[in-house]
Design a protein around this ligand. Structure first.
Ligand code: SAH
Ligand code: SF4
Length: 372
């Protein structure tokens, strides 16, 4: 039985979510506190909402981790500069082009280029690579290369980049500063804002289970993502890495992260929400489960296997050795099992997909206007 004040607040929040009224921090807290039967109701509504916006299509993106050099020293990440035992690599232009060609040949319509903050990969070099990919291949390009200058972001956009993932990591400014020495949340948000101004489809996102993180700050993460008009929300559990200062921390809880994903689907109904690889690191078939709780995107790793071990942001065995074809087969089967299919289009932000524009507008009055 669901009863008591918390149960009433949960039911009220769920009813608001169902009629797509903007959810407050209190509503989100009620959803995040869902227990047992309530959690099942939360997951069911998130799944319904995903289906209302995306039907049975799931977007499969191909991620290429092209450099593991990083000047930052984020306490949570295995690529931090303080991890001197890591052997570093950087693909050159030709190699990255070749990996991109192979991914496009497999049918990926979005390539995600990800790296540490690598100063040797200058704005000009990366812009040249992006423009090479866009000229030769029929793919959308998403970047995830961290904090750069506005001029770099403009050059990447000019070169043809479509999207940019810059997770805000946590909406708690004090925690942010502690976990990312020398960086501030306000700078990160300013950069997200630049990306928006420049016309990128933008992605924000957080980690769940960071040491010192509160439930309230996670609710605020979702509000923040709505306020910045995020087109994509990268949400995954924090996973302790043995060669970082956070090695002895507990890390994110799987069941709770699912609740955050589902709440994100309700707070930002039309957002692209990946079932992140980190979900598979904490639970076998974690991504598969996430696809039933509101997620509508999966990123498959198309980085050559010999580099993958060295791109160890966090330890995850599940995808370490699997070739892209094998991962594709696995997910095609997962989707078939769930009555879904892989999207054949680019999987742009919903607000830009012409066919869905009217629906998105009608259903979601707070979505921002399409970019010209
Ligand atoms: N350097 C870029 C992109 C690579 S890191 C950047 O920082 O934006 C990509 C994401 O990995 C980060 O945004 C962070 O949310 C996530 N990440 C890093 N370390 C992690 C860990 N230990 N557990 C889970 N996610 C982690
Ligand atoms: Fe570098 Fe990104 Fe890892 Fe921070 S999270 S150390 S910026 S790769």
């Amino acid at each position: 039985m669901i009863n008591g004040a918390a149960g009433i607040m949960f039911q009220e929040a769920l009813a608001k979510a169902r009629r797509m009224a903007p959810l407050s921090v209190h509503d989100l807290l009620a959803l995040l506190r869902a227990q047992d039967q309530e959690a099942e109701m939360l997951f069911a509504l998130a799944d319904e909402m995903r289906a209302a916006f995306f039907g049975n299509e799931v977007h499969l993106r191909g991620i290429i981790e092209f450099s593991n050099y990083c000047v930052q020293n984020c306490l949570y990440c295995g690529l931090r500069r303080g991890n001197t035992e890591l052997s570093r690599y950087r693909m050159d232009k030709e190699e990255l082009m070749e990996v991109s060609r192979q991914a496009a040949a497999l049918g990926f319509k979005t390539l995600v280029l990800q790296s540490g903050e690598d100063p040797r990969c200058t704005g000009a070099v990366l812009a040249e690579i992006i423009s090479g990919i866009k000229k030769e291949l029929d793919v959308a390009v998403t970047l995830s290369v961290g904090e750069r200058s506005r001029a770099d972001y403009a050059a990447f956009k000019e070169a043809g980049a479509d999207r940019y993932l810059l997770k805000h990591e946590t909406a708690d400014p004090v925690l942010f500063r502690r976990l990312r020495p020398g960086a501030t949340l306000s700078d990160r948000l300013r950069k997200l804002w630049w990306l928006k101004e420049l016309g990128y489809q933008t992605g924000a996102g957080n980690m769940i289970g960071l040491p010192g993180q509160t439930l309230e700050s996670i609710a605020l993460d979702l509000i923040l993502m709505r306020q910045v008009g995020a087109d994509m929300a990268g949400i995954g559990p924090f996973i302790p890495h043995a060669r970082t200062p956070l090695k002895n921390c507990r890390g994110g809880d799987f069941a709770f992260t699912l609740k955050v994903l589902a709440a994100a689907r309700l707070a930002l109904p039309g957002v692209h929400l990946p079932a992140t690889t980190a979900m598979d690191a904490v639970r076998k078939d974690g991504r598969k489960k996430a696809l039933r709780c509101g997620a509508n995107v999966v990123m498959l790793n198309v980085t050559p296997v010999h580099y993958r071990r060295r791109y160890c942001i966090y330890p995850v065995r599940a995808v370490m050795d699997k070739e892209p074809e094998e991962q594709l087969n696995t997910f095609q089967a997962v989707l078939a099992e769930q009555g879904k299919k892989a999207g054949t289009g680019y999987g742009h932000a919903l607000r830009l997909a012409a066919g869905n524009l009217v629906i998105a507008r009608a259903l979601s009055p707070w979505q921002s206007s399409p970019v010209e």
